[in-house]
Ligand binder design. Sequence first.
Ligand code: MCN
Length: 790
Amino acid sequence: MTAAFEGIGASVRRKEDLRFISGRGHYTDDINRPGQLHAYIRRSDRPHAKIVSIDTTAAAAAPGVAAVFTGADLAGIGGLPCGWQIHNKDGSPMAEPKHPVLAEGKVRHVGDPIAVVIAETKQQAKDAAELLDIVLEDLPSIASVTAAAAPGAPRVHDDVAGNVCYDWHIGDKAAVDAAFARAAKVVSLDLTNNRLIPNAMEPRAAVGDFDPTTDDYTLYTTSQNPHVIRLLMGAFVLGLPEHKLRVVAPDVGGGFGSKIYHYAEEAIVTWAAGRLKRPVKWTAERTESFMSDAHGRDHVSTAEMALDAEGHFLALRVKTLCNMGGYLSTFAPAVPTYLYATLLAGVYKTPAIYAEVKAMFTNTVPVDAYRGAGRPEAAFLIERLVDTICHDTGHDRVDIRRKNFIPVDAFPYQTPVALQYDSGDYFTTLDAALKAADWAGFPARRAAAKANGKLRGIGISTYLEACGIAPSKVVGSLGARAGLYEVANVRVHPTGSVSVFTGTHSHGQGHETTFAQLVSDQLGVPLSQVDVVHGDTAKIPFGMGTYGSRSLAVGGSAMVKAMDKIIAKGKKIAAHLMEASADDIEFKDGKFSVAGTDKVKTLGEIALTAYVPHNYPIETLEPGLDETAFYDPMNFTFPGGCHVCEVEIDQDTGVTSVVNFVAVDDVGRVINPMIVEGQVQGGVAQGIGQALLESAVYDEAGQLLSGSFMDYTMPRADDLPNITVGTESTLCTHNPLGAKGCGEVGAIGSPPAVMNAVVDALKDLGVRHVDMPASPQKIWAIIHSNRPRM
Ligand code: MCN
């Protein structure tokens, strides 16, 4: 019997899933160190207040309490750093107020940490935290970006005038103004992108450990990028040299971006472990997650398109206000600029684009990247605008897209907003999605629904993403304070099994399988003989972690580079063993052979020779078969595709049901089709969640009203249809795999498809636009309102 194919392109079942579904996953909260203490954090229940006094006496005297710390105790350590710097239109740097680990002088959002109580048990710490006597004096506060931008708005930071973090722009304003002046038609749309709360299945947790014999610190944490946490916390917050700090991110139960950032609790437990000479553990309660994990999205925009008489796009003008929250989170400034505004061309050849982005501080939880990060906001804006153009002008929704798509022969395509797309074919993904969704048969389904008293609508979104973050040169020029390459160490063991050490981190994406498939494919080693190691700064040379759908395109390419080195060295050893020239050695399916002969050595034989060099060219070649590669891509990868959504609205209840969803995505070469399908389905579920159910609701002052699952609606299985996923590939032209990212496409393409379907269902009522989420209450009110509709 021949072995089943396990290489690139095989839908191999996820190796890691047996561990996860049989309860053998090992998460941060499963880690308990000898002598461990527990931390509980007392947080602000006010959006904005002066800290008048904190009396810790009673809490410190409570049973089991080892210590109580406030901002004053931590005054000697640094604030939480921001990894990006954006410059204002006038060239001045953005406002970057200190983000203290524990609040200093003021609290700036509900959930802002004020004090930490550390005790023998979690319950003792929690009970004692209630005894803290904290006197707060309320200050005027604001939650929305429009309120923050209003003249005379209260200031979140005394030294930040007008609450403006930055006032940035991109594109050619003069060219856009000229195009608008000569346009046959201008269509304008005001829209908001609702604020989301990530809600990974595993809440954040951190365990700080300190070894007094060596002065070494270890942090176990729910992180998507342990090396970056070590760098930021070591260098900027605690002032620790990196060889004294180990960061371990074990199994992590989902992140969706929210676990990229360096959070206060990581610094607190590490610092406190050193201070108390005992391990300190903190695990978030779900309510804490709602008010301390970085939120996502939260944009208010105006978009205008200038068109000629035939419906060609002449120019796009966008103004966006975006919410940064009370402080800057690690990557927050990059999201509405380089991950949003640079994507505003989408899949269209719009010749001129100008966007102004103003980032505002408000008294809310910091906002940062959440699955898709900036790109869902761009796709939503463009794709809703395109449908609104059709609404206002009578153009057909499919035809106008085809008319304005970047042609297949135009790649590489330089957009007017900095990015150069390397490859794509938007016509093929559109056609495939329309076919799979039976677009042509929709009128009959609509009529049938109408006969049943239901409103049925169908929507398309032809979206684009930039991911595979990132080329260091590009992100450096765009404001990143560090490069963003990736690292792989491929170690062939003496008997031919392989360990791959990667700087990326899998927290649900199936890397232990796909990376093993990649190695198995390239080195000809059975999948069972490949081990993927990630998440430990003591084991892996370095790494930039997992986000921006970069792990395969960047981390996988680093692996290919390291394997190329392994093969090159293996050829030299094989040449020596088989008395041939290295130039005559060929490598295929795990075997080195001398071209034109039947002389063959397996990878295992070569590895054994490399490690046990009794017959080895020791004078010219180092022993061992262990290679490291750093890979810095030339460009982003640009997945794109077409999502089609069909909805049915119950007029009596306002409930919108997604009755069909088709996603056809171009993610380049696919390593594991089943995993890609799962990634797309998960992303679409989140996109449907954003469109129909989820929204972080603050009152005007900044009190979080949707602070639990009672008030924040996550999509559940019965809210979702069977999601049909298809892939059509154009290869990425600049990485060795030809692969593009797939981890976010679902969340980027789906919200506009859903909302275009909702608006289509309501079109006979004169509805032009609906902001997300299309909650039953909102839709019912629209259906039953006699007010003029916008
Ligand atoms: N893959 C493939 N072929 C491709 C592209 C990817 O087989 N052409 C595989 C990869 O090898 C990997 C998976 O698909 O196993 C996702 O790869 P990639 O697109 O490189 O994305 P990352 O691994 O970098 O994951 C990050 C991405 C992001 S940004 C978010 S947010 C997100 C997501 O992945 N968070 C997730 N998917 C998630 N899935 C789970 N379960 N949990 C999260 O927190």
